[in-house]
Design a protein around this ligand. Structure first.
Ligand code: 3PG
Length: 307
């Protein structure tokens, strides 16, 4: 019997697991669940007879691929697939997909939530500031950015965006002002919200040259990946300027140093929680299960990322 394994170190909300199981059962497949595993060995053991797996930020390494002798498809229930070794999957003819957009609203709400929390002095009771009338720059314009833009407009913020992959002719389709360079985005915006995937091009790309352009009391909001910011440069700009702020889901490697040296200017979530809502889990989980059924029964490769 075709086996679909949900392998999530950080579990889905219970209602998402129920919804996934229903789809898997209805499709006539076998459902298996591995949650909160503490050792890779448990993952390696669970994948050995799985035909399909649904994961979150779980690491699908060459070792996992090797152990999964029957595996045909991996669906990352979420947007970023930097946790999956695409080359290893492709070498074994395994299809990898994501579920783009399904958790975008949850991540966007967290970005705005962190901004408000910070603007109000981390809810300590001292006078803070408002988002209304402030400028926010979206660095990369994908599904999450579109939701941040929509919410920021509700707060009457001015929304700018920079994305070299959106052609000039298409920019008019969106409700924000596109700028031509990252430098312009960082120079014009009090808030810059990061939304690029983590890859060879973007890792460490938010660097000193960009950060130093930011106006007084600027805030960098990172709900993308910790790797996209250059931490040496981040520490350097914090050292040089006492008005820069950094809010991140999840904590950078230099978190302990920053929290100690710069209280009030930094905030980090303890565990990546942008997509950690029941709604996002249900949306992404259902999409993942449906994509697996469509692929295994009809060969539907929509959303394949290792083409
Ligand atoms: C994503 O890439 O979709 C988000 O970072 C969510 O990751 P998570 O499923 O591990 O919460």
């Amino acid at each position: 019997m075709t086996k679909v394994l949900v392998a999530t170190e950080k579990p889905f909300a219970a209602e998402a697991v129920t919804a996934i199981k229903e789809i898997v059962d209805h499709a006539g497949f076998e459902f298996a669940l591995l949650e909160k595993y503490t050792d890779t060995a448990q993952f390696l053991d669970a994948v050995k007879d799985a035909d399909a797996i649904i994961i979150r930020s779980d690491q699908v390494t060459p070792q996992v691929i090797d152990a999964a002798k029957q595996l045909k498809i991996v669906v990352r229930a979420g947007a970023g697939y930097d946790n999956v070794d695409l080359a290893a999957a492709s070498a074994h003819d395994i299809v990898v997909m994501n579920t783009p957009g399904q958790n975008a609203n949850a991540v966007a709400e967290l970005a705005l939530g962190m901004m408000i929390y910070h603007a109000r002095g981390l809810f300590t009771g001292k006078p803070g500031s408002e988002l209304r009338g402030k400028t926010i720059g979206l660095h990369a314009y994908g599904n999450v950015s579109k939701q941040v833009s929509r919410l920021a407009e509700g707060f009457e913020m001015e929304v700018l965006a920079y994305d070299p992959y959106i052609e000039k002719e298409k920019r008019g389709l969106f409700d924000c002002e596109f700028v031509d360079t990252a430098e312009e985005l960082y120079s014009r915006c009090k808030y810059v919200s990061l939304h690029m995937p983590a890859n060879g091009e973007t890792k460490s790309s938010v660097n000193y040259a960009l950060l130093t352009k930011m106006p007084k009391n600027a805030v960098v909001v990172n709900t993308a990946r910790k790797e996209v910011i250059n931490e040496t440069d981040l520490l350097r700009i914090f050292e040089e300027r006492d008005d820069i702020n950094y809010l991140s889901d999840v904590a950078p490697d230099c978190a302990a140093e920053m929290l100690e040296k710069y209280p009030g200017r930094v905030f980090f979530t303890p565990k990546k929680m942008g997509a950690q809502t029941g709604e996002a889990n249900v949306n992404a989980g259902i999409a993942a299960a449906n994509q697996i059924e469509a692929f295994l029964k009809e060969g539907d490769r929509t959303f394949q990322v290792n083409k």
